[in-house]
Structures are given as structure tokens and as C-alpha cells.
Ligand binder design. Structure first.
Ligand code: NDP
Length: 499
């Protein structure tokens, strides 16, 4: 008998009826045993001579060896980017730059299944998410910024936009290709060259992207991709010939980067952590809101900086919301990331799993009530059951700290003012969600919430035309939209306007 039958609840899943496995074929991806560093348009052996293994987090099987770039390798990559900047790329006609970006976008579309499978293989995310979210959005970012490349004068009238130079870009493991697209597309559109470091646990899609660059015949050195751990990132940050740093990752590392760059004149944008409030008012459409809650926190195993990890429910609807939510949780399928039916995949790394386990243990210890649906987890790999904490006080660590896993903390409120006060009671300010029928309430909440992005009656919606970024300890600078071009440009006031 299945777990669902034993519970005899009102689950919408017919008892005794299982999904047949629907695995996506992985043979579309060809992996090398070992990868070098993509510098000057070629994969080269690292001067450091060091390599490390990258895994499939759902099985713990090694997938390939990748290079650990050291100081000398970073220096080579920056020199290659500088050379490409000064000898061609920054002087190229903007419409020519656009041509390369359009090519990259189209190749990403053509090779999207290959990328989606690799992204799920190396990162643990469900194939339906890499296929339907990561890949279309990555291509869309290149298309969008390709459109701006020859229109910068119109985008920033009378400001004479010029590229900044060499951009150092450091990205995390939760959306490896998408974060690459968020950073590389605007940098190139604005005429800069790039040294990019993917995260230690998810380097493979960035290395496959190097192949896309070759296919698009992007001039050598315009984009250099170097793999490695945090020390490689730190070398990029310190390098004196890098003009701009774009970082997405933890608040702790973001602060260290900001300290390192203080006084150097280098441009910096930081997209850091979050602890978003997803606020449900009593007039909201509850079934839709429950879908929004689930999407808000269990999408990508909760490895999302803008995840709706704090649920604020109006007290009068607390019971039906929690009942519906628990029932919905029993229908989430946790397992093989390459299975098209999977809703929640593998946790990205052992280290992240331990962090989630530690914070969940603290929630139990501090007195919160835990709910986890019956769920069989695979024996190998890194997994965590979708979890809800109720009876959470604002002071608990699960209500304050970024868990970055499939763990939701539920709090209640009585009035809109109390909701705003609780939502803003965090050092972060990246995103928030508001669920209500009243348009006026949405607008009034949006004015009072200290968050860079606020979704109304939806959650985790992204579009390349829309800027994304935070307040407070969630960082500064925006990615996406016209705003996302500004950090990659310097401006001079037009003489025509009298400076
Ligand atoms: P990090 O901030 O350490 O990683 C982000 C990127 O920065 C990675 O490429 C990392 O390399 C690199 N890096 C690490 N140290 C340095 C350094 N001193 N200088 C420059 N670059 C550096 O995040 P973690 O992967 O350690 O995750 C820790 C926590 O951070 C998570 O639990 C989560 O709470 C939060 N996080 C938030 C993200 C967001 O999108 N806002 C994304 C990822 C994590 P490497 O991978 O080799 O360590």
C-alpha cells in the first residue's frame, strides 16, 4: 500500500496510482573526462596544474574533472579579456556586437535540450524547471540585450554611454546558466569583455557555453570562463586590471568583496541573499495562493535567493491555508531530477544539505512545529523532504536566516500594518509576494514593503525586461531591463546639454 493510501486523507491523488518513470534521455549530453579553462577562445590546461571533480548531486557520481584556476590563470584570463577589449571588441560597430548576441541566443535555443539535461545533471534541479524556466529565460536575456546593443545612445540620451572595460563576474550554483546569461548578456551588449567564474559545484553548463561561443564565432578573449573555488573568485576580485565586479551569492562573501574593493574605484554590483515574505490576505483566492506558496518555496528545492521562505498568513484564514498546503505537499514528487514528473530534485551539494539540516534542527529545538509529507527519498545523493514549520516566532533562526532549501516558515498577522512590520523585520530586502483581491491593497503594500521585487497574486515570475535586485543586505545594483545595462557603462554628460 502506498504512503498516501495509509494516510487516508483527502489527497487529490488517486490512491494506489503511481506515475510511471518518465526519464529524459541523458545521451544528448557528451561529457569530457576533463575540462581546461576557456581563455582566449580555447580550452587550455590550467597553469596551477590542479583539477577537482564535479558531481551529479542526485547520485554522488563524479561527472568530470574541472580545472582549479590559480592566480596565474586568473591573470591570463584578465589579460586575454583586456586584449580583446582594446583590440577590437570595444570599437566594434554596435550592430555587429548585437549580431553575436543574437547568434548566442539562437544557439542556446537550438541546443536547449542538451543544456537543460546538463543543468539538471550537474545541479540537481528538476528537468521540467531547467527545460521550461532556465533555458528559455537564458536565451531571452541574450535576445533582449542583443536588441539594446546598438541603441545605447537612445537608452541613455545625452549621456554618451561607453563600456567600462573588463568585467569580472562571479556566479552561484542555483541557476548556473541563467546567472551566466544575466551577467554576460548586458556586459557584451554594452561593449565590455568578461572573465566569468561559475560556482565550484556547477561548472559544466558554463563550459558547454564556451562551445556556444565558439560556434557563434565570438572573437577570442571577449568571454573567458575560468573554473575554481572561492579562492579563484577572490583572485578575480583583487585583480587590478578588472574594472567591474558583478557578484551573486551569499551576503557574507558579498560583504567581503565590498570591503576588498573599497577605495579602488572599481564598479560593483551585489545580488545577495533573501528571506522573502509571501503575504496571504483573507480575501485572496486560496487555491491559487497555495500554488503560489508552493512555487515560491519548493521551486528549485528552495535554492532561490528570492524564495518566499516566510509565509505570512492572515489569522482568519490560517487553518484552511495550512490544511490546503499540507494536502498539496503530499502530491509533490521528490526524486530523479531527470524524470519529467519530478517536482523537487536533489539538494545541490553535501555542504548545502548539512546547512539545511542544521537550520531545521534549530527550528525544532526552538519550538516550531514541523510538518513533512510522507515521502520516500532515494538512497544515494543529497535530498531533503519539502518541509513546513508552523508555530514560528519571529526570533527563531528559521524565521531570520536564509535556509536556501525546501523549508517554509509560517507566521500569522491580523492587520496590513502588522504584515508590513513583520515582512520588513529582516536584514534582507530582495523580494516579497502579496495575495489579495484588492488592487489598492497591493499598491499600498508595495509602497511599504522594503523589497526590490514585489509580486502580486503570483510568485517567482521573471522577465529579461524587468530589473531585479535588492535593498539592505540583499545587495545593490539591478540586473535585467535597462537598469541592468547601467553597471556596465560609464557616462559623460553631452556638451549639447551643457554638461
Ligand atoms: P558563496 O557566496 O560562497 O558562492 C557564490 C560564488 O562566489 C561562487 O562562485 C563561489 O565560489 C564564489 N566565492 C566564494 N568565496 C569567494 C570569495 N571570497 N571571493 C570571491 N568569490 C567567492 O555561496 P555558497 O555557495 O557558499 O552558499 C552559501 C550560502 O549562500 C547558501 O546557503 C545561501 O544561503 C547563499 N547563497 C545565495 C545565493 C543567491 O543567489 N543570493 C546563491 C548561492 C548561495 P565556490 O562555488 O567555489 O565557493
Amino acid at each position: 500500500m502506498t504512503d498516501l493510501e495509509r494516510r487516508q486523507d483527502r489527497s487529490p491523488v488517486p490512491s494506489g496510482w503511481d506515475y510511471a518513470p518518465a526519464p529524459e534521455a541523458r545521451d544528448i549530453v557528451t561529457l569530457e573526462d576533463s575540462y581546461g579553462l576557456f581563455i582566449g577562445g580555447e580550452l587550455v590546461d590550467p597553469r596551477s596544474g590542479e583539477f577537482f571533480a564535479t558531481l551529479d548531486p542526485s547520485t554522488e557520481e563524479p561527472l568530470a574533472e574541472v580545472a582549479q584556476a590559480g592566480k596565474e590563470d586568473v591573470d591570463l584570463a584578465v589579460k586575454s579579456a583586456r586584449d580583446a577589449f582594446e583590440n577590437g571588441w570595444s570599437d566594434l560597430a554596435p550592430a555587429e556586437r548585437a549580431k553575436y548576441l543574437f547568434r548566442i541566443a539562437r544557439i542556446l535555443q537550438e541546443r536547449s535540450r542538451e543544456f537543460a539535461v546538463l543543468e539538471s545533471l550537474n545541479g540537481g534541479k528538476p528537468i521540467k524547471e531547467s527545460r521550461d524556466v532556465d533555458l528559455p529565460l537564458s536565451a531571452a536575456h541574450f535576445f533582449y540585450y542583443a536588441g539594446w546593443a546598438d541603441k545605447l545612445e537612445y537608452a541613455f540620451p545625452n549621456r554618451q554611454p561607453r563600456p567600462v572595460g573588463v568585467a569580472g563576474q562571479i556566479i552561484p550554483w542555483n541557476f548556473p546558466l541563467l546567472m551566466l546569461a544575466w551577467k554576460v548578456a548586458p556586459a557584451l551588449a554594452a561593449g565590455n569583455t568578461v572573465v566569468l567564474k561559475p560556482a565550484e559545484t556547477t561548472p559544466l553548463s558554463a563550459l558547454l557555453f564556451a562551445d556556444v561561443l565558439r560556434q557563434a564565432e565570438l572573437p577570442p578573449g571577449v568571454v573567458n570562463i575560468i573554473t575554481g573555488d572561492g579562492s579563484t573568485g577572490a583572485e578575480i576580485v583583487k585583480h587590478e586590471d578588472v574594472d567591474k565586479i558583478a557578484f551573486t551569492g551569499s551576503t557574507e562573501v558579498g560583504k567581503a568583496i565590498q570591503r576588498e574593493l573599497a577605495g579602488t574605484g572599481k564598479k560593483l554590483t551585489l545580488e545577495l541573499g533573501g528571506k522573502a515574505a509571501n503575504i496571504i490576505f483573507d480575501d485572496a483566492a486560496l487555491d491559487q495562493a497555495v500554488e503560489g506558496i508552493v512555487n515560491g518555496i519548493y521551486f528549485n528545492q528552495g535554492h532561490v535567493c528570492c524564495a518566499g521562505s516566510r509565509l505570512l498568513v492572515q489569522e482568519s484564514i490560517y487553518e484552511p491555508v495550512i490544511e490546503k498546503l499540507k494536502r498539496r505537499l503530499t502530491t509533490l514528487r521528490v526524486g530523479d531530477p531527470l524524470d519529467k514528473n519530478t517536482d523537487v530534485g536533489a539538494i545541490n551539494s553535501k555542504m548545502q544539505l548539512e546547512k539545511i539540516q542544521e537550520l531545521v534542527a534549530s527550528g525544532k529545538e526552538e519550538g516550531a512545529e514541523i510538518y513533512q509529507p510522507p515521502c520516500r527519498l532515494p538512497e544515494k545523493g543529497y535530498w531533503f523532504v519539502p518541509t513546513v514549520f508552523t508555530n514560528v516566532a519571529q526570533s527563531y533562526r528559521v524565521a531570520q536566516e536564509e535556509i536556501f532549501g525546501p523549508v517554509l516558515s509560517v507566521l500569522t498577522f491580523r492587520t496590513p500594518d502588522e504584515a508590513v512590520e513583520k515582512a520588513n523585520n529582516t536584514p534582507y530586502g530582495l523580494s516579497a509576494g502579496v495575495w489579495t483581491e484588492k488592487g489598492s491593497r497591493i499598491l499600498s503594500m508595495a509602497q511599504k514593503l522594503k523589497a526590490g521585487v514585489i509580486w502580486a497574486n503570483t510568485y517567482n515570475r521573471f522577465d529579461p525586461t524587468s530589473p531585479f535586485g535588492g535593498y539592505k543586505e540583499s545587495g545593490f545594483g539591478r540586473e535585467g531591463g535597462l537598469h541592468g545595462l547601467e553597471p556596465y557603462l560609464q557616462f559623460e554628460q553631452s556638451e549639447a546639454r551643457g554638461g
